[in-house]
Design a protein. Structure first.
Length: 119
């Protein structure tokens, strides 16, 4: 018996639902702010169904969004030429102060303090 290579569509269907949602969130963040309604629409489902499917994996939309924002924040902060305000905007925060509060919650220090220690 020989098995055929998995077709891309079949591979996508086998990926965890959260991986598909994460990919869509990342794409939306690159274009600006991201909302649960927009992601649900792209998956051809209601917001309720999206939340329900993520709950089956013990995840929430907010947790996935926060994980992506944290990972990107850490990467963006390595570039000392990038202003914190720009980083906050790229991560979809309404203001620098909102980004700073979130970052301090994630890392225990302000973005500026973190940047000065790593970069």
């Amino acid at each position: 018996m020989h098995s055929e290579p998995m077709k891309p569509r079949a591979a996508a269907a086998m990926a965890p639902f959260s991986a598909r949602v994460t990919s869509l969130i990342a794409g939306h963040l690159e274009r600006g702010r991201v909302g649960v309604e927009a992601v649900a629409s792209q998956l051809h489902m209601s917001r309720h169904t999206l939340h329900k499917r993520l709950k089956e994996e013990n995840l929430t939309f907010a947790a996935l969004l926060e994980d992506i924002r944290r990972e990107r924040a850490l990467a963006y902060l390595k570039d000392r030429s990038k202003p914190l305000v720009e980083i906050a905007e790229q991560l979809g925060f309404s203001e620098l102060s909102a980004f700073s509060r979130a970052f301090k919650r994630w890392m225990g220090k302000s973005p500026g303090a973190y940047r000065s220690r790593v970069a």
